[in-house]
Ligand binder design. Structure first.
Ligand code: GL1
Ligand code: MG
Length: 216
């Protein structure tokens, strides 16, 4: 019996994945290499500094920067990213999300955010969803990034729910792996070719009913 749903933020609740991509691509281009959408799949769900490491590996620039320089590069990316998100409007909430959250509420299912992003609260405030969740676990509260299950187990703990009674909604492979490692159900949001091993896969929340939370 599912008692709680834990949502990733970027690419699940709101289409900020495109802004992360835009900002990382801008950084890659400035460093002199290309960064494709396919490359970007490897960064999804991953923390800021690990994302930078993967990006530098893609550009064959690993080992070229000191820790201090890397911190500056990540900060620059974050400043660009924040420029994009501070202009975001409520209409950037992905289709069907608000209705689905409401449906869960009406059926007594708890809801949480489990995101690697340190900008999660800024975004939730911006789109007017900050008060909707029973727990918000973001990049400021965790020490281990997805695919480690910490972000999701912490969310379940904050809601006082058992891991096996939780379902995670994720658009990244690292996030699906994290949910499975926590012993939770995983529902992938996106394209099957990018997302393996989830219990279910959906393209979005439009017209989704309570049956989505039924598993054999
Ligand atoms: C970090 C990374 C992003 C993305 C998010 C998780 O966000 O920088 O590329 O992987 O985690 O969705 P942030 O920089 O906002 O902490
Ligand atoms: Mg995501």
């Amino acid at each position: 019996m599912i008692r709680a749903c834990i949502f990733d933020l970027d690419g699940v609740i709101v289409d900020t994945a495109k802004y992360h991509y835009k900002a990382w691509k801008r950084l890659a281009n400035e460093l002199g290499f290309e960064f494709t959408e396919e490359d970007n799949e490897r960064l999804k769900g991953v923390s800021r500094m690990t994302s930078l490491e993967i990006l530098l590996e893609i550009g064959n620039k690993k080992g070229e920067y000191t820790e201090d320089e890397k911190l500056k590069l990540a900060t620059k990316k974050n400043e660009w990213y924040r420029e994009y998100i501070t202009k975001m409007e409520k209409d950037e909430i992905l289709p069907g999300v608000e209705g689905f959250l409401e449906l869960l509420r009406q059926n007594g299912v708890k809801i949480a955010i489990g995101s690697a992003s340190k900008n999660a609260k800024t975004i939730l405030e911006r789109i007017g969803l900050i008060d909707k969740f029973d727990a918000i676990v973001d990049g400021t509260k965790i020490t281990k990034a997805k695919p480690d299950p910490q972000v999701f187990t912490k969310a379940a703990d904050e809601m006082n729910e058992k891991y096996e009674d939780c379902v995670v909604f994720e658009d990244s492979q690292a996030g699906i792996d994290a949910a499975l490692a926590a012993g939770m159900k995983a529902i992938a949001v996106g394209k099957p070719e990018n997302l393996k091993n989830a219990h279910k896969i959906i393209s979005g929340f439009k017209n989704k009913d309570f049956e989505l939370l039924m598993f054999d």
